[in-house]
Structure formats: structure tokens, C-alpha cells
Design a protein around this ligand. Structure first.
Ligand SMILES: Cc1ncc(COP(=O)(O)O)c(C=O)c1O
Length: 427
């Protein structure tokens, strides 16, 4: 495997980009070694600057679902860009994309487009607080909602209710209104709701966890969140930045039949461009400016190129396409499990549609504390890279595949997986 160009670029990047990157996971910190720099991607393949070709299971961290550089998306983008890159005023693509989102996502009566998942999460919390007049938010350990201050928390002093910041630069005041609970722990949410009943503005959750590996929710857990929010009059926020348009046609809320008050969308909704959204009940959404008193704005929000790309993507994502994704996922999961059965590793695969992850040294993962950190993951990662399969350089990230992944990719992946598992077997 050639690495010369990546190494040269990394040396240059380190001098001008902090850590040589613009987002920490790209630094390959948790697998060691030097980061790989990418120059292009097409379909299911990604190519590094040394011309190595990989089957891609990062897929822009889930933003790409049709396959890289899909021809219809490229056409839509070229058409849009001919008329200008940004107007700072509302454009036709934006309206049509909002209509499309609203038709597909059952709880999305109104939509506000923003530029990133972080911004969507930030807006939703301010909106929930403005709507309820309350301030506290319940968040689940191991769920990620971007890097807005109140969400950068971890549990402190052994008590789930007490949170401390997981980053410097965050004030205690900001963190003190975030209450932590374990994922899939309905009882803990009920207890917390009793303690904080007069102060609770929102519960925010990834309806399928995708940032501590992939963890399926218990249906009873999601239903409990709905019941608690109904009882207390607080806002249930589903962070569907990953799951929206990925786990089903209408997102996780369609898959599980539990509707939130607000939904956060990102990644797929922008067809690979910087676009995200807050969507939800009219009554709550109308609190946003200019109709309501909760301020929110954005120079590039609803940008014509990004909304055109999102629209072209959603047009191609018809219901039958999800059967195709499921079919690939099933074969992949079965193939991996067969290899694992013949190994001495205690490793499981968690999969929901086209997102999945491997958990090492464990048999069941329902919440963050069930996850065992694997010392051998870096070795596994580099072996997969050597075999030209690109998986996320972190044990805690979900793997994704697209409609472009085919039988040939599947075979290559399973072969690579077998050889990587063999390496771990001999550890
Ligand atoms: C569930 C979830 N919410 C929010 C975000 C933040 O989105 P962004 O990186 O676009 O700010 C992410 C990012 O991966 C995410 O996975």
C-alpha cells in the first residue's frame, strides 16, 4: 500500500490545520498511524491521494447513501450552480425539499433548514426552551448531538444525574441544565422525570444510537420517552441526523412507530452538501423567528446547491430502495457472523438497515457502559485498510453502506474481514 502522498500532505496540513484536520476523528488518533488523505470517490469506492482504491464503509459518516458522486445528484447540482451559488433569499429548491421532507417524515409539519447537525441540535434545544419556558434537557450517555455546549457532557461522580463537561471552555451554568441517563433505561427516565418534572424542557435522543457503535432502541424505551414528554408537556426531540432517510423511508420514527415533537435531520438530507434541518409540529415550529420569539437565522441556510442535491437524493430514495439496502445488509451480517462463529472472538454485529457496527469482547450491548474498549481494534482497522476496505478509524463509529455497494464489494469485504479476524485470533 502506497502512503507517500498522504504523508507529504499530512506534514503540510499539520502546519496550517489544527492537528492536520478539520474534524478530530480524521486524525486517526484512536487507531494510531498517519491519516489517509482522500482525493476522490465514486459509487461504493473511495480513492486516496496515493491511488489506493477502497470499498468505502464510512460514506462521509453516513451522508452518502446513493453512492459517491451519483450522476443524478451531480446533474442537479450542475443545473443549480449555473444560476448562482447562494442568494441569501428563499429559492424554489428549498421549498420543494421542505415539502418532500414534510411528506416523508411523519412528524415534520414544518421545516427550518440550517447548515449542520450541530446547528440543528442547538436550534432545537433553544426552541424547546422557548416553547416550554423550562430549561433542563435529558440526554443519553453515548448519544452525540454535535458540539453545542450543553451536549458536551459526561456523567460525573458516579451519579447519572450529575453531569460534567467533556470539553474545556464550557461554563458550569451551561452544563448544569443537562441531565444524563443511560440509553435504553426507561426506568431511569421515569425517575428523572419525577425529580425534574417542573423544569424539563426536552428529552433528546438518537432513536437508533449511532455514535457508540450502533445500538437498537427497545421499543418500550422510545414509548416511555413519548409518554413522559406527553405527561410533563416537554418536547421530545429525535436526533435523526444519521437515521433520517437511512433506516427507512420515513426515518427511525417510521420504523418504530413513535413520533417525536421535533426531528433533527442532517447528512442524507443535503445529498453530501452542508445542509441540515429542524422539523416538527407546527405549534412548536411557529415559535421560531420570524413567526415567533425564538431567534434563529443563517446566511447560507437553504442554499440552492445544497437543497438541489438533497432533493435529487430524496427523489431517488424510493421505498423499494430500502429493500435493496436491507438485502445487502443481511448478506453482510450473515457473512460476518459465519466468520465470527468459526473464530474464538467474542464479537457481535449490531445492524439496523444500512448502518452497523462490531462490538469486540462482548455478547450484548444495550447502553454505553456495556461497550468494552478493544485493544486490538487498531490492528483490525489497519488490516482492513491493507485489504482495501475503508472502515471508520474509531471503534465507536457506525459503518455505513450505500445503494452502490454490490456483490463484488460484499465478497471483497468478507474476504478482508476473514483475514483481519485471523490476525485477532492469533493475538
Ligand atoms: C446523531 C448526530 N447528531 C448530530 C451530529 C452533528 O452533525 P454535524 O457533524 O453535521 O454538526 C452528528 C454528527 O455525526 C450525529 O451523528
Amino acid at each position: 500500500m502506497q502512503t507517500k502522498n498522504s504523508e507529504t500532505l499530512y506534514e503540510r496540513a499539520k502546519k496550517v490545520l489544527v492537528g492536520g484536520v478539520d474534524s478530530p476523528v480524521r486524525a486517526f488518533g484512536s487507531v494510531g498511524g498517519k491519516p489517509i488523505f482522500i482525493k476522490k470517490a465514486k459509487g461504493s469506492k473511495i480513492f486516496d491521494v496515493d491511488d489506493n482504491e477502497y470499498v468505502d464503509y464510512v460514506c462521509s459518516w453516513g451522508a452518502v447513501i446513493l453512492g459517491h458522486a451519483d450522476e443524478d445528484v451531480l446533474d442537479a447540482v450542475s443545473e443549480a450552480v449555473k444560476n448562482g451559488t447562494s442568494f441569501g433569499f428563499t429559492n424554489p429548491y428549498e421549498v420543494e425539499l421542505a415539502e418532500t421532507v414534510s411528506k416523508r417524515v411523519k412528524s415534520a409539519e414544518m421545516v427550518r433548514f440550517v447548515n449542520s447537525g450541530t446547528e440543528a441540535a442547538m436550534t432545537s434545544l433553544r426552541l424547546a426552551r422557548g416553547y416550554t419556558g423550562k430549561k433542563k434537557v435529558i440526554k443519553f450517555i453515548g448519544n452525540y448531538h454535535g458540539h453545542f455546549d450543553p451536549f458536551l457532557v459526561k456523567s460525573g461522580s458516579g451519579l447519572a444525574t450529575y453531569s460534567i463537561s467533556s470539553s474545556d471552555g464550557i461554563t458550569e451554568g451551561c452544563i448544569s441544565d443537562t441531565i444524563l441517563s443511560d440509553y435504553n433505561d426507561a426506568e431511569s427516565v421515569i425517575n428523572l422525570s419525577k425529580i425534574f418534572k417542573d423544569d424539563l424542557a426536552a428529552i433528546i435522543v438518537e432513536p437508533v444510537a449511532g455514535n457508540m457503535g450502533v445500538i437498537k432502541p427497545d421499543l418500550s424505551f422510545l414509548k416511555t420517552l413519548r409518554e413522559v414528554c406527553d405527561r410533563l408537556g416537554c418536547v421530545l426531540i429525535f436526533d435523526e441526523v444519521i437515521t433520517g432517510f437511512r433506516v427507512s423511508y420515513g426515518g427511525a420514527q417510521e420504523l418504530f412507530g413513535v413520533l417525536p415533537d421535533l426531528t433533527l435531520l442532517g447528512k442524507i438530507v443535503g445529498g453530501g452538501f452542508p445542509l441540515a434541518a429542524v422539523a416538527g409540529k407546527k405549534e412548536i415550529m411557529k415559535k421560531l423567528s420570524p413567526l415567533g420569539s425564538v431567534y434563529q437565522a443563517g446566511t447560507l441556510a437553504g442554499n440552492p446547491v445544497a437543497t438541489a442535491a438533497g432533493l435529487a437524493t430524496l427523489k431517488k430514495l424510493t421505498r423499494d430502495q430500502y429493500d435493496k439496502l436491507e438485502d445487502y445488509g443481511k448478506r453482510l451480517e450473515e457473512g460476518i457472523n459465519k466468520i465470527l462463529d468459526q473464530s474464538k472472538l467474542e464479537t457481535i454485529v449490531n445492524r439496523v438497515g444500512s448502518m452497523f457496527s462490531l462490538f469486540f469482547n462482548t455478547s450484548k450491548v444495550k447502553k454505553y457502559s456495556d461497550i468494552k474498549s478493544s485493544k486490538t481494534f487498531p490492528k483490525f482497522f489497519w488490516k482492513m485498510i491493507e485489504n482495501k476496505i475503508f472502515i471508520p478509524p474509531s471503534q465507536y463509529e457506525s459503518l455505513f453502506f450505500t445503494l452502490s455497494h454490490d456483490k463484488d464489494d460484499l465478497e471483497k469485504t468478507l474476504e478482508a474481514f476473514k483475514s483481519a479476524v485471523n490476525v485477532l485470533n492469533h493475538e
